[in-house]
Design a protein around this ligand. Structure first.
Ligand code: EPZ
Length: 426
């Protein structure tokens, strides 16, 4: 529940990156040793990835909210059931990790955010096959992968894919010989995964460019590693500050990762000041319009597209958003229209005519980033906004209510026992 219209003022500390954590947690099984991973965001996606480790027989010692020690020395299982994978897309990283560790993996096809279109994994499969693995999809939608010995190979990705780049890196780390991934994704979490694997003794170069070279090694050893700050969480709070107005220091970030979002906010007339590991966002009055095309990194991230749509809903003038990564990622627009936004969607294009103000409404989170956008809409709107399905938001935002309350937002989490029944504060 959000009572909108409050200016935000103060400091928000950014947590570890979700999309790095969900790759690094399974990567820990590539060594027969103990890895200590720090700065894991306390979100449900991390919890599920850790639960899968348990189910595979790895030892997991929780040191505190954000640190675990993973002991995969005595792991013996290579099957991950749909009960485990249905919660999130990234569960498919266990295919690459188990294949790399044991030469076999049985992993149910994943769940995860549904943007309304298909989310194929053909490039993952192509990569595994080029490394010498046999892959079958059985009648229960289980991916069955096996190889006597994975052999390094050149792999050209037909499309820039974060997931395929990560899965191939995981499988190739202990393969024999050299794997070269061409047209690789360059997101910050790809670099973070490579740094983690190299800390365990892997030989990976070029992460962060579109050619990644992985020279397979026989064994990896344990290490201590701290995950980078979350680019998308930081960007979400930057947009929240820009839209709600006020003066917010977004702390513990890598400003370089946020350049595309800073540039767009500046274009909208928002003040953005960069420091070594923080960014100050100041906003007064309505933003100006701008156009956005989402692209793979270093382009404007698709995972900040719904949040920016809220900002542009109250901008002066007409803005155009072109979704360049997913076939369809505008399902949330209906919710914004119910709040008074003026948005027309045609395929991958949304045309947003800025209005003076949004008004509070009963809305729902359609997926993780759409849910974050609904929170921003609630902060901006006049009156009370009730957001349903916040379970999606918990997948990727640590303590979102607490962080926003600490900078002056009037937001609280409530538990509803029955649909439309009495509401109690939880
Ligand atoms: C990752 O998804 C992120 N998830 C997504 O963030 C993010 O939206 C996406 O990258 C793009 O940045 C995680 O990191 C866990 P892709 P992923 O493979 O890896 C096509 C969030 O909110 N494609 O880079 O699934 C695909 O259809 C989530 O945190 C193929 O055609 O994305 C899409 O159009 C949501 N074949 C494009 O590539 C394939 O085999 C990019 O997808 C794989 C992908």
């Amino acid at each position: 529940m959000i009572n909108g219209g409050k200016k935000l003022c103060g400091k928000i500390d950014i947590s570890g990156a979700k999309n790095a954590a969900v790759a690094i947690i399974p990567a820990a099984i590539l060594c027969e040793d103990v890895c200590r991973i720090e700065n894991i965001p306390k979100i449900s996606d991390s919890a599920v990835m850790i639960k899968i480790l348990h189910s595979l027989g790895a030892g997991v010692r929780v040191i505190n909210d954000n640190t675990v020690e993973i002991d995969s020395t005595h792991m013996n299982c290579h099957t991950v059931t749909y009960e485990m994978t249905k919660h999130l897309r990234a569960s498919y990283y266990y295919i690459g990790a188990l294949l790399g560790r044991f030469g076999k993996a049985r992993v149910a096809m994943p769940g995860g955010c549904n943007f309304g279109g298909v989310r194929p994994i053909d490039q993952h499969i192509k990569g595994f096959k080029l490394l010498g693995a046999s892959i079958f999809l059985d009648e229960d939608a289980i991916v069955d992968a096996s190889a006597d010995c994975l052999i390094g190979s050149p792999i050209y990705l037909d499309t820039v894919s974060v997931g395929a780049t990560i899965n191939i890196m995981l499988a190739a780390t202990r393969a024999k010989g050299l794997t070269i991934i061409e047209n690789a994704a360059k997101e910050p979490h790809i670099v973070d995964l490579a740094n983690f694997l190299n800390s365990m003794g892997a030989d990976i170069r070029g992460a962060g460019t579109d050619v990644i070279k992985i020279r397979g090694v026989d064994r990896l050893h344990g290490c201590t590693y701290s995950i980078i700050p979350d680019q998308i969480e930081a960007g979400t709070y930057m947009v929240a500050a820009a839209a709600a107005g006020g003066d917010v220091l977004i702390n513990n970030v890598i400003p370089k990762h946020l350049e595309s979002i800073s540039a767009k906010l500046i274009e909208c007339g928002i003040e953005v000041e960069e420091f070594d590991d923080s960014i100050l966002v100041k906003s007064f009055g309505r933003p100006m319009r701008c156009n956005i095309k989402t692209m793979p990194h270093p382009g404007f991230p698709t995972d900040l597209q719904p949040q920016m749509a809220v900002l542009l809903s109250i901008a002066k003038g007409t803005s155009i958003i072109n979704e360049g990564v997913w076939d369809s990622r505008f399902r949330y627009v209906d919710q914004l229209i119910r709040m008074g936004a003026s948005i027309k969607v045609d395929g991958k294009i949304a045309v947003i005519e800025g209005v003076d103000q949004l008004k509070g409404a009963q809305i729902k989170a359609d997926d993780l980033r759409a849910g974050a956008a609904m929170i921003i809409a609630g902060l901006v709107a006049k009156g009370t906004t009730e957001i349903d399905n916040v379970i999606y938001i918990d997948r990727g935002y640590e303590d979102v209510v607490e962080k926003l309350s600490s900078v002056g937002a009037d937001i609280r989490r409530v538990t509803v026992s029955e649909p439309s029944a009495s509401v109690s504060v939880g």
